[in-house]
Design a protein around this ligand. Structure first.
Ligand SMILES: C[S@@+](CC[C@H](N)C(=O)[O-])C[C@H]1O[C@@H](n2cnc3c(N)ncnc32)[C@H](O)[C@@H]1O
Length: 470
């Protein structure tokens, strides 16, 4: 058989964008093949250029938009589409919700092969902008715009403070205005960039590993208080003081001001000392009737309003009566277990990170909860037979794993523990569906409710209630 001729560069016209598939990709079909189309909206009719041709699928870009989808709206951000953040902003919010809902349904049907007894409508976000409570920005002495503005050197942005360009660890584009956090984030970031330029403080070179300014981390709570961490590449007290004094004087909203010196090659703050120079070393946030302490490195759901909704749905699904032993798997800083603690006899949480477990104990203390314990380690290892013997077989399990879902050993343990109910909170419908398929050996899926934590992205959270048969 001869070699198949690749169709790269070929023009397809007119093609209708049929739907949105996994990972938010838009899908068209031609000659029996799926075509993934960038920057499209389902319902668009367009002329496409094939950029990648594989045996089972193709990738294409829009050359000309012939007919706009009824779901298309004007984009609101000047950094679209260079930024990988709010990629779905050219689609109306109602349509985004429709496709997120569909994503969860398709995953449970095609990957999970499970019947769902009751579907609850997706919990929409009341605020579709300024909804995040945390962002991280990177300094770079080689701005990304040069790639887009090759023919227009006036627009070169050499010193950038912004986000990594999608898929480019070494390229950062300069952010002037971002809609993800409350607008003070823009003032802090832009003010800091200007201060550094005015005082000739060098921006980090990601390849050469030279320069002074590395990262900026911002967190805020619903009261309008801010925690700010500036990451420097070197321990230069004069520069550090200049930046810290400026922050302190310019932004009274910063109630927790920190810096870190990071001399490593990578940007993670793991293992580095965070120095608090002003205010408390943490922010506090209230969810339901619980108060949580958030330190610079703590994990905390990034959309506070929707996290409260997510936890309320989880609580409702768990249907606790006050007598239950509750396991909170992948417990992070203990937020879900503590949110539910007033309705059960005992909470047992397991979480990989020791720092998060320490925070969970602090959070329990802060809320006067003495019937919750948390254990650190890899779930597949910690949740063994001896652990279950020591702490007891749970009546209800809450599980909230990372995107990769649960390890097969953890799934096997869940089947062995035979809790009456499992509430599976997931940020990845595909791995949730895979895990539900395995759990269907003993469990029925009673209810599912998708939750939109991240408007203008394809990401969707899904809460599933499983009931044990028999
Ligand atoms: C999606 S977060 C959920 C956190 C928490 N339930 C919340 O709502 O804030 C997943 C958590 O699982 C933890 N994790 C990831 N892999 C793990 C593992 N192998 N064993 C235990 N915990 C793990 C992460 O550190 C993270 O805190």
């Amino acid at each position: 058989m001869g070699k198949r001729k690749k169709r790269n560069g070929e023009i397809l016209t007119p093609i209708e964008i049929a739907s949105s598939g996994a990972e938010g990709q838009c899908i068209a079909r031609t000659d029996g093949k799926v075509v993934f189309v960038e920057k499209a909206v389902p319902g668009d009719v367009a002329t496409l250029r094939i950029i990648q041709d594989r045996s089972g699928w193709m990738k294409a870009t829009i050359v000309e938009l012939l007919e706009k989808s009824a779901d298309r709206v004007d984009t609101f951000c000047q950094h679209f589409p260079v930024c990988g953040g709010c990629k779905w902003q050219q689609m109306g919010y109602a349509a985004q919700l429709r496709y997120k809902n569909q994503q969860v349904r398709d995953a449970l049907k095609h990957i999970g092969k499970v019947e769902v007894e009751e579907w609850l409508p997706i919990a929409a976000a009341a605020e579709t902008k300024h909804y995040r409570n945390k962002l991280e920005f990177t300094f770079s002495n080689k701005g990304y715009l040069e790639i887009f503005d090759k023919g227009n050197p006036d627009h070169l942005s050499v010193q950038a403070l912004g986000y990594h360009a999608p898929g480019r660890f070494d390229k950062v584009f300069d952010v002037d205005s971002c809609y993800l956090m409350p607008t003070l984030a823009n003032d802090i970031r832009n003010g800091l960039r200007d201060l550094c330029i005015e005082n000739a403080i060098s921006f980090f070179d990601l390849k050469e590993q030279t320069g002074m300014m590395r990262n900026l981390l911002l967190r805020c709570n619903r009261k309008g208080e801010w925690l700010v961490v500036t990451v420097f590449a070197k321990d230069e007290p004069e520069t550090i003081s200049l930046v810290m004094d400026w922050m302190k004087e310019s932004f009274p909203q910063i109630v927790s001001l920190h810096f870190v010196v990071n001399e490593k090659r990578n940007d993670t703050l793991h293992g580095l000392e965070t120095v608090c120079v002003n205010g408390e070393p943490y922010l506090t946030e209230v969810l339901g009737n619980r108060t949580f302490r958030i330190q610079p490195k703590s994990f905390f759901q990034t959309n506070t309003e929707q996290a409260e909704k997510l936890y309320s749905i989880t609580k409702e699904f768990a249907g606790l009566t006050g007598t239950e032993l509750l396991y909170d798997l992948y417990s992070g800083t203990g937020t879900i277990g503590l949110f539910l603690a007033d309705k059960c006899r005992k909470v047992v949480g397991i979480e990989y990170l020791q720092d998060a477990v320490d925070d969970a104990f602090e959070n329990a203390k802060l809320n006067g909860i003495s019937h919750a314990s948390f254990f650190a380690g890899d779930m597949a290892k910690v949740l063994d037979e001896a652990f279950v013997q020591t702490h007891g077989k749970p009546d209800v399990v809450i599980t909230d794993p990372p995107r990769a879902g649960m390890h097969p050993d953890v799934l096997a343990r869940l089947l062995q523990m035979e809790a009456d109910k499992i509430v599976y909170v997931s940020c990845n419908p595909a791995t949730q569906a895979r895990d539900l398929h395995l759990l269907s050996e003993k469990y029925d899926v009673l209810k599912v409710q998708p939750v939109d934590m991240f408007p203008h992205t394809h990401h969707v959270e899904s809460v599933a209630l499983l009931g044990r048969r028999g």
